[in-house]
Unconditional design. Structure first.
Length: 273
């Protein structure tokens, strides 16, 4: 049995998607990534389903109140109420909450100064994604923005370190690598040394990307896949749109818009030889 994965304060811990037609969305992601869905919401509450892969939690799925499909990113916090109070003080906005969606935990819906939406998650029974960085699971969430004050906001709120690597901007939560090494990933540093990862990569929790034309600041979700091309072909056959593909020194990616409009990236890890 895999060890339980936990998330320290300030580390992204969960993703979910809101969809106008949840059943159709479940069918799409079931066939694309092999996910299984189980209802997790208490009786009388809005439907919330947990997607699992190999029996481990990977993502959530809920109805879309605004009839707009979207992927959301949650950041783990020790105290949702205290952190939500700091959101407003740092120049962001609390859009809803904090509130308890049953015994799973406590959530607050927020936006940074540039308008990018994100959520705070104080874990109860649901600790966060239990399978990550494997084919069909969450890989990273990236902040796409043209608002520098939005980047500084997260550094103040969560203590993140924002580092320009030349080829990309990495977000680190100092000490996260120590947490991983002591819990679910004891070989993390040796493994990353083997692929000549950037210094501090064991603490990496996100990336900052440029804002696409016509888009507003947002958090973008990336899923790991074994084969970018087969996933892109499968997504197209299931009614999704492959917006773009790209090959870099480290990845082969496909930017995908699912059948109801939620956008995500499928990323195949291809490190230098």
């Amino acid at each position: 049995m895999s060890p339980t994965r936990t998330y320290p304060h300030g580390v992204p811990s969960w993703v979910d998607t809101e969809q106008p037609d949840p059943e159709a969305a479940q069918d799409f992601y079931r066939r694309l990534f092999g996910w299984t869905f189980d209802t997790a919401s208490p009786p009388g509450a809005p439907l919330y389903a947990i997607a699992t892969l190999g029996g481990r939690d990977v993502a959530g799925l809920a109805p879309a109140e605004a009839q707009t499909a979207v992927w959301n990113t949650y950041v783990a916090v020790d105290d949702a109420d205290a952190t939500a109070a700091r959101v407003a003080a740092a120049g962001g906005e609390v859009l809803a909450g904090p509130f308890d969606p049953g015994p799973a935990g406590r959530v607050a819906m927020c936006a940074d100064p540039g308008g990018a939406a994100f959520r705070l998650w104080q874990a109860g029974r649901r600790l966060g994604a239990q399978a990550v960085n494997e084919p069909g699971t969450w890989n990273f969430s990236d902040l796409h923005t043209d608002h520098p004050e939005g980047i500084a906001f997260y550094a103040e709120l969560f203590g993140w370190s924002i580092e320009d690597l030349g080829f990309a901007t990495m977000v680190r939560s100092p000490g996260y690598g120590d947490h991983l090494e002591a819990t679910v990933d004891p070989g993390i540093r040796a493994r990353q040394a083997g692929i000549v990862a950037p210094p501090g990569f064991e603490d990496a929790i996100a990336w900052v990307g440029s804002l696409e034309s016509g888009m507003t600041p947002h958090w973008h979700v990336t899923f790991a896949v074994a084969d970018r091309d087969s996933i892109a072909e499968g997504a197209t056959q299931l009614g999704a749109e492959v917006i773009a593909t790209a090959d870099t020194q480290w990845t082969r990616t496909a930017l995908v818009r699912d059948p109801q409009g939620a956008i995500f990236t499928a990323s195949q890890f291809t490190p230098p030889s």
